[in-house]
Each structure stands twice: as structure tokens, then as C-alpha cells.
Ligand binder design. Structure first.
Ligand SMILES: CCCCC/C=C\C/C=C\C/C=C\C/C=C\CCCC(=O)SCCNC(=O)CCNC(=O)[C@H](O)C(C)(C)COP(=O)(O)OP(=O)(O)OC[C@H]1O[C@@H](n2cnc3c(N)ncnc32)[C@H](O)[C@@H]1OP(=O)(O)O
Length: 204
């Protein structure tokens, strides 16, 4: 069996692509951003993360903060199990992704997750309420850097999950071009959703 490489032979760990580089700056909160305290609602009713129509979804409904931040709550249900009685890790990552994604509303640009790193610090039992918080850490060109944490039991409870993300700004055509045509058609027929989507279009 070949010898395992020694610590010293391992290449230096590169900086994470989800960490803002020195040239990144904190972007301004968009003038059109929802006022602090506003419930951001769902961007798509069938979304696994926020859609009220999704039977097993997380139904995350984030609240805009005063700066470049949002908060949300999510209670783990039996359909979210990985280990018996415990939340599935991938599902917790989804909760982080969804909460981080709602930061789009504060910058008023559509963006999709390019990279998402998650640290699981403690097991999360079914029935736990996670208190989520996400904030923007910088932006450079189309790249938006952000971080999030989920605390158990209360907004000041112990941190159970941490995440860092790199979102990439896209045009609305990203969704119409790549989405399954029958789902896109239904969305285009939905006046409420189109009104929300159009607010992005007039302010690219
Ligand atoms: C009409 C219908 C509208 C309906 C929608 C309405 C509203 C939507 C708006 C807001 C929604 C609000 C809330 C959403 C909430 C939650 C949703 C959760 C978010 C998700 O769950 S979303 C799904 C998962 N997500 C994807 O499905 C992305 C798949 N992917 C791609 O679609 C492409 O990959 C893309 C577009 C990411 C980039 O492609 P591209 O061609 O545009 O750009 P390119 O590759 O040049 O990257 C530009 C610069 O980013 C760097 N870069 C890119 N990726 C990187 C990586 N992974 N690591 C490190 N660096 C990376 C490059 O290195 C370059 O850097 P540099 O500029 O320095 O060269």
C-alpha cells in the first residue's frame, strides 16, 4: 500500500471561493429593498425552500433586517429526518441556501448559488426550531459573498449550523432559459409572481 502523504507534503489549502477577496466591498442596500421588518414571502409557490404549496417543503419566510441581513425560523418536521429523529444534513444545507438566497431582495438583483459551504456543529433533533440569520459579506462584479448561521432554541441559542456562500448575479433569462417549459409557462401566467420578477427587470 502506498504511504499516505505527510502533512508537510499536502498542498497549501487555497482560500475558500466563498470568502470575500480583498477587492470585494459591502454593496449598498438597494433603495427598492423591502423595509426592515418586512416578511419577504415566497419567490415561487412550489419552491422546496419557501413555497407554501410544497407538501414537505421548509416554508421559510424570511424577514428583512435593517442592513444587509435577514432572519428566518424553521421547525424541523418528521419528513425532514436523516438519522432517526434527526434532521438530514442536506436538508439543513437547503435551509441555509434558502435563507441566504433571500438576501437577493436586499440588493434587488437575481442571483443563484454558485458555491455553498456548510459546517454542522451539533445534531438537530426533529421538532427543533432553528433561528436562522444570513448576511452579505461583500460583493465584487457579479459575485455576492454571504454567510449564515442557524441557532437552536432561540435567536441567542447555540449555533448548530454555519454556512458561507458565493452567489452569482444572473439575468431573469437564467430562469426562463433553463427551467422546464411547462413550469415556466405557469409562472409567466401568474400575475403576482411576474409583478415580483418585473421589479428586478426594471432595476437590473
Ligand atoms: C420569469 C421567472 C422568474 C422567476 C424567478 C423570480 C425571482 C428570482 C429572484 C430572486 C429569488 C429570491 C430568492 C431565492 C431564494 C433561494 C433560492 C436558493 C438559491 C439556489 O439554490 S439557486 C440553484 C442552485 N444554483 C444553480 O443552479 C446555479 C448553476 N450554475 C450556473 O447556472 C452557472 O454556473 C452560474 C450562473 C452560477 C455562473 O455561470 P456564468 O456563465 O453566468 O458565469 P461564470 O461561469 O463566468 O462565473 C462568473 C464568476 O463567478 C465565478 N464562479 C462561478 N461559479 C463558481 C463557483 N462554483 N465557485 C467559485 N467561483 C465561481 C467564476 O469563476 C466567475 O468569476 P470571475 O468573474 O472572477 O471570472
Amino acid at each position: 500500500m502506498p504511504a499516505a502523504p505527510s502533512e508537510s507534503a499536502a498542498p497549501a489549502h487555497p482560500a475558500s471561493p466563498a470568502t470575500p477577496p480583498p477587492e470585494a466591498v459591502l454593496p449598498p442596500r438597494a433603495p427598492e429593498a423591502p423595509a426592515p421588518g418586512t416578511r419577504l414571502g415566497s419567490h415561487y409557490e412550489h419552491c422546496f425552500g419557501c413555497g407554501p404549496q410544497h407538501p414537505a417543503g421548509l416554508r421559510i419566510d424570511a424577514v428583512a433586517g435593517t442592513g444587509l441581513d435577514v432572519t428566518a425560523e424553521f421547525t424541523v418536521r418528521p419528513e425532514h429526518q436523516g438519522g432517526p429523529g434527526l434532521a438530514h444534513g442536506g436538508l439543513l444545507t437547503t435551509a441555509m441556501d434558502e435563507t441566504l438566497g433571500t438576501l437577493n431582495w436586499l440588493l434587488h438583483v437575481p442571483a443563484v448559488t454558485g458555491r455553498l459551504e456548510t459546517d454542522f456543529l451539533s445534531p438537530v433533533p426533529v421538532g427543533s426550531t432553528l433561528h436562522l440569520r444570513a448576511w452579505i459579506t461583500g460583493a465584487h462584479g457579479r459575485k455576492i459573498y454571504s454567510a449564515a448561521e442557524a441557532r437552536i432554541g432561540g435567536p441567542a441559542g447555540p449555533v448548530a449550523v454555519r454556512a458561507r456562500a458565493l452567489f452569482i448575479q444572473v439575468k431573469l433569462e437564467h430562469f426562463t432559459k433553463h427551467g422546464r417549459p411547462e413550469d415556466i409557462e405557469k409562472v409567466l401566467d401568474d400575475p403576482d409572481l411576474m409583478q415580483r420578477a418585473r421589479t428586478f427587470e426594471v432595476n437590473p
